[in-house]
Design a protein around this ligand. Structure first.
Ligand code: SER
Length: 870
């Protein structure tokens, strides 16, 4: 079976067992502070598992894009070095939310592997949780019992908490699990060593392929376990490993998922796969990482310097580095792999196709910039080695290696490699201790302590802020959060008019008022689908009834900007083309920011056109059509614009103004006329292929117009209130240029007459023509004068001029070349003489100038210079 067929067969099998097939959630997670990337299929169901969201389908199956590069599940360092770990991989999974449990999950897993895929059942082994007395958990006898219907008890093995108790993160859903392992070794090897001794022992052909988790608990922040509202089945099968098993390969990278990309790497670099261990590792790293990079870009996560973007940047750099070191790639080349990657993955993930150009541009730019950094780092390292050599050392300090790591992204192994080629070593202990120090610094800076929720009353939270701006409400729960030295509270309300920050729109602020007082809500954020209201102070009595009121002025301004963003999005697609896709937005009361894919700077005309189009639609005063709870298919049928990397449910909200139709959760004006007007204030590039527009609307725009008009009025006043300001300014500029030219002409004439006067009055001392004078002129002019004299008197010339200009003394010395040849040096003469004016200077042996602080010493300085002739 091809990988495509394998993926499909899994989904078909579980569909036949009554499962709803759902799409993969985005790989980059936006509203869960405990998780940066999807690391398991269950992430997108976390809220259902915790009971925060209702169960829509109790049986679900999918193929989920996962990324394990940070946090609790991090495989990054293994990737490439072994043949079965990946940064990004696909996880095939089936779920039951309060429906079936262990019996069915186990039986279907067996049926799928053995009956459908015809995997040799003699090669399968399973593990069950051995229990953990410390946590009060006993052995999973139930799972073992069910498994024993399918395979002999000798192949059912106990596993410890590390391997057989699955947890999503430090907190969240968890439970005992049962893993299915497969032995893919050749028969003679199997005869020699029993697979039992190789399970969970890093053998590349005796590996876990499928994990069945029996979710029963929620791990709380204090480390304790509480029961989940309903029992849940969560299974995850490594798609790439399954492909290896079914395609009879010994490595994930030998399957049709990776081979085309690896062959393309071989073609581009001229190296072969399978001949040299280091080259192979590099090729695997690149083949793996390019998938992660491409998929995160389509998910809207560009490489950057912070958070998720930084993780992606580091992955990309890791690949560049392997290419640089082991495949001798000195210029960008990974972006050339994208077409091949698309030929493998584009069928299942069409977003790769529609965003191909963007992926290539971003990848290339990142490669180029990191390669430049590498070159700089290598030069730096050369210098460090040179210095060490001078001191007779062959070791460089760990501090220096750490600087390279920290500022240039040089991992220690790369530094070591370069050092080794030059017979150098590095102090690794010192490096590690620097690293440790930095980690501690980072940990202290990022530490957030979140307390457990204090439940005031049970109930669901309801958002009413699309329709009203204040509401009667009660507190459902609250908790304390500590970040750095700040302490604040998060509150969940039963009914809330507060919009929680989401989809680029900032959260509402406002107040909670009761008979006993009022507290300020400073912000509202979304966490795991809950709206949390942030306040520095809790109400005295949390059980009271409150009136929640939002800051209306801010909300109105924000809504104007949000609706304007939709109109702008539409206008840009009309003017620039359909390749324009939203890559991010930020909507606040002050302004709006809109990021979109486009490959060159917008022209002035295009910007104007976009403004005009938006403003026309504002004036047409289109009413808001706010369609909530629309089935997603219907919304798509209306041509609603959706974003990749956003998670949409079955039912969506559609916001329409005229022909602008978008899937959107934000707040909006009632009709476009309320926006008043839009003005684009800047248009820039923020990454390869991504542009950013900033714009303002409504009263902010009025403020800007006021300011501009006031400024114009002041300028006009300077020009005697002329009706034609441009003509007046132009005239002034022309006059100025004219005057400048006249001045230059005048100076030139003056210098010529000065030169002639000076030349008619030359003194001779010891056969040398000496010119010394004290005059009031700018240093530039004196220089010109000196050079003009040199043109006339080319031999035996000694020129010295002192000058006090604007109260500043200066001294100029010029010698003809023959005097320089005889050993005189203008620099020395000027420096020595300038002591009299408390100054210093420099120049060349034939010409030097010096400035000083003491104008009264100028005559003495000239006299001092003249001494040189003697
Ligand atoms: N959550 C489990 C895992 O990631 C099973 O899907 O392994």
């Amino acid at each position: 079976m091809t990988s495509q067929e394998i993926r499909q067969s899994f989904l078909d099998f579980f569909e036949s067992k009554g499962h709803k097939i759902v799409p993969s959630a985005p790989m980059v997670i936006k509203d869960d502070p405990t998780l940066m990337f999807t690391n398991a299929g269950m992430n997108q169901f976390k809220n259902i598992i915790l009971g925060n969201d209702p169960i829509v389908y109790s049986r679900v199956a999918d193929s989920q894009k996962c990324l394990r590069v940070s946090g609790k599940h991090n495989d990054l360092e293994e990737v490439g070095h072994d043949t079965y770990h990946h940064t990004m991989f696909e996880m095939l999974g089936n779920w039951s939310f309060g429906d079936y449990f262990k019996k069915e999950a186990i039986a279907w897993a067996w049926e799928y592997l053995v009956d459908v895929l015809k995997i040799d059942k003699e090669r399968l082994y399973v593990t069950v949780f051995e229990g953990s007395p410390a946590e009060g958990l006993s052995r999973d006898d139930e799972a073992a019992e069910i498994w024993s219907q399918f395979l002999p008890s000798s192949r059912i093995i106990n596993g410890n908490k590390k391997d057989n108790f699955w947890e999503m993160g430090d907190t969240g859903p968890c439970g005992p699990c049962s893993e299915i392992h497969i032995d893919l070794r050749d028969d003679d090897e199997r005869a020699k060593v029993d697979a039992l001794s190789l399970i969970n022992n890093d053998h590349p052909q005796v590996i876990e392929i499928w994990n069945n988790v029996f979710m029963q608990f929620n791990r709380k922040a204090d480390g304790s376990l509480e029961d989940l509202p309903a029992k849940v089945i969560d299974t995850g099968m490594g798609f790439e490993r399954l492909c290896m098993a079914l395609q009879g390969k010994k490595s994930n990278y030998d399957t049709d998922v990776f081979q085309p990309v690896i062959q393309e790497i071989a073609r581009l670099t001229g190296y072969k796969y399978g001949e040299n261990a280091k080259v192979d590792i590099a090729m695997r790293v690149i083949a793996d990482h390019i998938r992660t990079i491409a998929f995160s870009i389509t998910d809207g996560q560009l490489p950057s310097n912070a958070k998720a973007g930084y993780v992606i940047r580091r992955i990309l750099r890791r690949a560049v580095r392997y290419g640089y070191t082991f495949l001798e790639q000195r210029s960008a080349f990974m972006y050339k792999l994208i077409p091949t990657l698309i030929s493998v993955m584009g069928g299942a993930y069409p977003e790769l196709i529609s965003q191909q150009q963007l992926i290539e541009k971003v990848t290339k730019e990142e490669e180029d910039s990191f390669l430049r950094t590498l070159e700089t780092g290598i030069r730096l390292l050369d210098k460090v080695m040179d210095d060490a050599r001078k001191d007779g050392k062959t070791e460089i300090s760990g501090k220096e290696a750490f600087t390279l790591y920290d500022t240039f992204g040089f991992p220690l192994d790369l530094t070591e490699l370069i050092l080794r080629e030059n017979n150098f070593t590095v102090n690794v202990d010192e490096f590690n201790s620097e690293m440790q120090k930095q980690k501690e610094r980072a940990r202290n800076a990022a530490a957030i302590e979140t307390g457990d929720w204090v439940v005031v009353r049970e109930g669901e939270s309801r958002f009413v802020g699309y329709d009203v701006t204040e509401a009667e409400t009660e507190i459902l729960r609250y908790r304390k959060v500590k970040q750095k030295n700040k302490e604040f509270y998060q509150i969940v309300l039963s009914v809330t008019p507060f919009y929680a920050e989401m989809g680029g729109q900032v959260g509402d602020s406002g107040t909670l008022t009761s008979e006993n007082g009022r507290i300020e809500i400073i912000d509202t954020k979304k966490e795991n689908n809950l709206s949390v209201h942030i306040t520095e102070k809790l109400p005295e009595d949390v059980t009271e009834t409150f009136t929640a009121v939002i800051n209306l002025e801010n909300r109105m301004a924000t809504s104007c900007n949000h609706s304007a963003t939709h109109l702008l999005h539409e206008a840009l697609r009309e003017i620039l083309g359909e390749h324009v896709e939203q890559k991010g937005s930020y909507v606040s009361p002050d302004s709006l920011r809109f990021d979109f894919s486009h490959f060159q700077k917008m022209t002035k005309e295009e910007i104007r056109e976009a403004e005009h189009l938006v403003n026309r639609r504002i004036r047409e005063n289109f009413p808001l059509h706010d369609m909530r709870e629309l089935p997603i298919a219907e919304a798509q049928g209306m041509g609603a614009m959706a974003l990749f990397g956003e998670k949409y449910g079955e039912k969506v909200r559609v916001v329409r103004f005229g022909s602008s139709v978008e899937l959107c959760g934000g707040t909006h004006v009632n009709s476009t006329g309320q926006i008043g007007m839009l003005r684009i204030v800047s248009e820039n590039s923020i990454a390869a292929g991504v542009r950013r527009i900033e714009a303002i609307t409504a009263s902010k725009l009025e403020e800007m117009f006021d300011m501009q008009q006031d400024m114009m009025a002041s300028v006009r006043e300077l020009f005697n209130n002329t009706p034609s300001l441009v003509t007046a300014v132009q005239k002034t500029i022309e006059e100025n240029a004219d005057l400048k030219k006249q001045l230059e002409d005048f100076m030139r004439e003056k210098i010529v007459s000065l030169r002639d006067k000076v030349l008619s009055n030359v003194e001779e001392i010891n056969g040398i023509k000496v010119i010394h004078l004290n005059l009031e002129a700018a240093p530039d002019m004196i220089k010109t004068l000196a050079f003009q004299i040199r043109n006339v008197v080319s031999e035996n010339l000694f020129f010295v001029a002192g000058s006090v200009n604007d109260g500043k003394p200066s001294l100029t010395v010029l010698l003809s070349d023959d005097l320089v040849a005889k050993g005189l040096n203008a620099v020395n003469i000027a420096r020595e003489a300038a002591k009299e004016i408390q100054g210093g200077g420099g120049g060349q042996p034939f010409f030097a100038a010096a400035g000083g602080k003491n104008p009264s010493g100028i005559e003495k300085a000239i006299a001092k210079a003249l001494e040189a002739i003697k």
